[in-house]
Design a protein around this ligand. Structure first.
Ligand SMILES: Cc1cc2nc3c(=O)[nH]c(=O)nc-3n(C[C@H](O)[C@H](O)[C@H](O)COP(=O)(O)O)c2cc1C
Length: 212
């Protein structure tokens, strides 16, 4: 797929095939790509928990739905966010039906005394691996979405799966499924980088209406 892989790997939710199982081999091959991501001083601090058991998925999905609802409450979405929110709601409602839920965890807990450097090192050593994983999935015709909505219930989800809270931090829950036929997506419109880039300095911010 080349560079198209980067511009067409989307948050796949409605296009996930909920009826077709995902093999352990596919998942493991994509996790093998995930671990090639960069991490601070090459610590490779990631751990993965793959959940395919129906009852476990149901229990996790219940926590996810609570987290998703809490995250939305009191927020007034912008008009351009409504479609994504509806799609997010669809995923929340169907999460337990997605063939595999992959929990990506960091070894250790977030820094007790957070500084920009410590936070960047902690979380920044994990999300590149999540993205590598998602790209590898897409390359094989599998779809996924980076999600974090369950993190308000990290402890509860951890208890379901035996993830030791003091030793590991969940950073993402990635639902994985085969993509339904005809799911080839065009690159989504994004704010062009030219309007977001300063050269030799911060530069003059371009008004928002000129950016989109
Ligand atoms: C840090 C992070 C957290 C996210 N959390 C959620 C989530 O909890 N639930 C969800 O449905 N999507 C979640 N997303 C997906 C975003 O909504 C999605 O990447 C964004 O809308 C762009 O979608 P697109 O690539 O299809 O254009 C998250 C994305 C990121 C990067």
């Amino acid at each position: 797929m080349g560079i198209d892989l980067l511009t067409t790997t989307r948050a796949f939710r409605r296009r996930l095939d909920l009826s077709r199982p995902v093999s352990r081999q596919d998942l493991l091959e994509c996790l093998e790509i995930a671990v090639h991501a960069p991490s601070g001083t090459n610590r490779q601090p990631w751990r993965f928990v793959v959940v395919q058991d129906a009852e476990l998925k149901q229990r996790i999905a219940e926590h996810y739905r609570k987290g998703f609802a809490a995250n939305l409450s009191g927020r007034t979405p912008r008009p351009d966010q409504l479609a994504d929110l509806a799609s997010g709601r669809y995923l929340a409602e169907h999460l337990h039906e997605v063939p595999a839920l992959v929990l990506v965890c960091a070894l250790g807990r977030p820094p007790a005394e957070p500084t920009p450097l410590r936070l960047a090192s902690f979380y920044g050593s994990l999300y590149p691996a999540v993205w590598n994983f998602m790209l590898a999935l897409r390359e094989r015709g599998l779809g996924s979405t980076m999600t974090t909505a369950h993190l308000a219930y990290e402890r509860e989800v951890g208890e379901v799966l035996g993830i030791p809270f003091e030793e590991a931090t969940q950073v993402a829950l990635v639902p994985v499924a085969h993509l339904l036929p005809g799911s080839d997506t065009p690159a989504r419109r994004r704010t062009p980088a030219a309007g977001l880039t300063g050269w030799d300095g911060w530069g003059e911010p371009m008004p928002r209406e000129q950016l989109s």
